[in-house]
Design a binder for this molecule. Structure first.
Ligand code: FAD
Length: 449
């Protein structure tokens, strides 16, 4: 890429171009995971589908590798590429809400904070991610598990349409009536088929929730965990629940449980059971706004190093929990945490043929999320996450992992297993149609057939 061609790109984009000589360069190349430190040749901050097509064309003619950036959260750091071109969607964050039709249309770079703020102004919601700065696009295209999964299913199940710019610069629409096969693939198949410049979601009424966090220590950790695990198996759809196992300042195990109840029972049996565990040390569960619920997992952007690995599991027997409980203290330092996301309720009731996502019939998504600051400890923390994932493997639902949480070193077998062999081949056929040269390969890649 020459300085003349860079000037040409600056002139032809309605958005802006950031290169290494620009003051914003370091901030623009940063991603959530501080383990990832890459230096792109150019960052094209696009303002719409036309800019995205121009950037793709520029990458092709300059022979630059392409990365697509939404919220910058993917732990693999796929949103940034050494010496290549980043299609950065961070200027495209508008969210339009049609309150009557209960539909929201989000630009491809919108974050969940953008989305929730817009939809909650109408008392509406779609089930999204639990951290406000995460990209709506990246999360949805990989599935989407959050505080309203039991109520309204996976995020991708609520995606009803999309505008996509394919690598050859064509703008196409996907909906149930138009390119329905592409919509099926966008519901979990990742950013493999094009750059989504608009995503359209079904909305649901929601004003307030009963949510927050419950903390257990000592004997309460095991009992709290068992109650969480057992009650989600039979709980009403109005109760979503996640849990995190980590350590306190004394490096002793601590369990946090995060219920999110949207029903009308003022004395819900499941919440009573969670609150009556001996060893409950903090009860922060209360009626609150959904926006408050969405701040529970807030975490700093670009400060910590992360390595995540896990499995969708068929069940969570005591034997596995005991092993994970030993593992959480094995490092002798705070390792980050183990996240348990229950997939009970709506994901199971949704017609699985409408989306490629292959994990809805698993019981839980269990993820070892190693989090640290010191680069000298990289190997230890990475080994810890791998050991924890290995412990889960005997109970794995399909051997596959969650594409949204995968690091870049996951083998293709884990991606294929996550979808199932048949769905994976169907995805490959679509990839051949929309991206035959695999331009969009910086993702959990689906190679063309
Ligand atoms: C702190 C944190 C919290 C999270 N919480 C949740 C959660 O609650 N639930 C959950 O399911 N996942 C969660 N995730 C995982 C998250 O959904 C994925 O990592 C997702 O890929 C992030 O999307 P992004 O746009 O922010 O990331 P980016 O790194 O910007 O993008 C990731 C990849 O997605 C693709 N992509 C993004 N936007 C587009 C687009 N518009 N068109 C085409 N391709 C696109 C590209 O391939 C890109 O490389 C979380 C991750 C973090 C770090």
């Amino acid at each position: 890429m020459t300085s003349t061609s860079l000037e040409e790109l600056r002139r032809s984009l309605a958005g802006t171009v950031v290169a290494s000589e620009d003051a914003e360069y370091d901030a623009a190349r940063r991603c959530f995971n501080a383990l990832v430190d890459r230096r792109p040749a150019v960052i094209a901050r696009c303002s719409g589908p036309g800019d995205v097509a121009t950037a793709l064309d520029f990458a092709r003619s300059s022979d630059l590798e392409v990365a697509v950036r939404g919220g910058g959260h993917n732990p693999a750091g796929h949103c940034v590429v050494d010496d290549g071109l980043v299609i950065d969607l961070s200027l495209m964050r508008r969210v339009d809400v049609d309150g009557e039709a209960r539909i929201a249309r989000a630009d491809g770079g919108a974050t969940w904070l953008d989305f929730d703020s817009a939809t909650q102004a109408f008392g509406l919601v779609t089930p999204g991610g639990v951290v406000g700065s995460t990209g709506v696009g990246g999360l949805t295209l990989g599935g989407g598990i959050g505080h309203l999964t039991a109520q309204h299913s996976l995020t991708c199940d609520n995606l009803v349409g999309a505008e996509v710019v394919t690598p050859d610069g064509t703008v196409i629409r996907a909906s149930l009536d138009e390119n329905a096969e592409l919509l099926w693939a966008l519901r979990g198949g990742g950013g493999n088929f094009g750059v989504a410049t608009r995503l359209e979601f079904r909305l649901h009424p929601l004003e307030r929730v009963v949510g927050g966090a419950l903390a257990y220590s000592g004997e309460g950790v095991g009992e709290g965990f068992r109650r969480f695990r057992d009650l989600v198996a039979t709980s009403p759809r109005e109760l979503s629940c996640q849990a995190v196992l980590s350590v306190d300042e004394a490096l002793a195990p601590i369990l946090m449980v995060y219920p999110c109840y949207t029903g009308s029972d003022g004395n819900l049996e499941e919440l009573r059971k969670l609150r009556s565990v001996p060893g409950l040390v903090d009860d922060g569960v209360r009626a609150q706004t959904f926006m408050d619920q969405q701040t529970l997992f807030d975490s700093p952007f670009g400060e910590n190093r992360h390595y995540w690995k896990g499995h969708f599991v068929r069940e969570l027997p005591d034997e596995l929990f005991d092993e994970l409980l030993q593992g959480i203290v094995a490092l002798g330092r705070p390792p980050g945490g183990l996240l348990f996301e229950s997939l009970h309720g709506a994901p199971k009731d949704t017609d699985g043929s409408t989306a490629v996502v292959g994990f809805r019939h698993a019981a839980f998504n269990v993820s070892a999320m190693a989090t640290w600051e010191d680069a000298a400890l990289d190997d230890q923390y990475i080994a810890w996450a791998r050991d924890m994932a290995a412990a889960m493997e005997p109970w794995s639902f399909s051997g596959g992992g969650y594409v949204n949480y995968m690091q870049a070193d996951e083998p293709i077998e884990r991606v294929r297993a996550g979808f199932g062999a048949e769905a994976f081949e169907r995805l490959r056929a679509l990839k051949s149609r929309y991206d035959p040269d695999n331009v969009l390969h910086r993702n959990q890649n689906i190679p063309p057939a």
